[in-house]
Design a protein. Structure first.
Length: 108
């Protein structure tokens, strides 16, 4: 089974700011890939000792992507093991609207 979603960001990324960078995957595997960047005045963002969390809204306002980025290259297991409905709600509550610079891998 697979899921496919095609949507436009509420605030688009600037193609001129796309650049190659290192993506750190499972088992510290490094992949060189294209990253897109944008500076935004008021995205929801939060952090704690283990991760950063960001909400990226899609156009229309009814759908968004939540990204949880481990602070450490080996931190994904800890986050996955602590992920429950309750912890997810707590993590969402960490976020407040603030200025952020967002850099994420480009989706193909």
């Amino acid at each position: 089974m697979s899921i496919y979603f095609q949507g436009n960001w509420e605030i688009p990324f600037d193609n001129k700011l796309t650049a190659t960078n290192s993506f750190y995957g499972i088992n510290n595997k490094v992949i060189e890939t294209q990253f897109m960047t944008k500076a935004v005045a008021d995205h929801k963002y939060g952090e704690n000792d283990d991760f950063q969390i960001l909400e990226l809204p899609y156009a229309g306002g009814s759908t968004s992507m939540v990204i949880i980025l481990p602070r450490f290259t080996d931190g994904l297991d800890k986050i996955e093991n602590s992920l429950t409905k309750t912890s997810y709600k707590q993590w969402l509550n960490l976020m407040t609207k603030r200025p952020v610079v967002v850099t994420i891998p480009k989706f193909h």
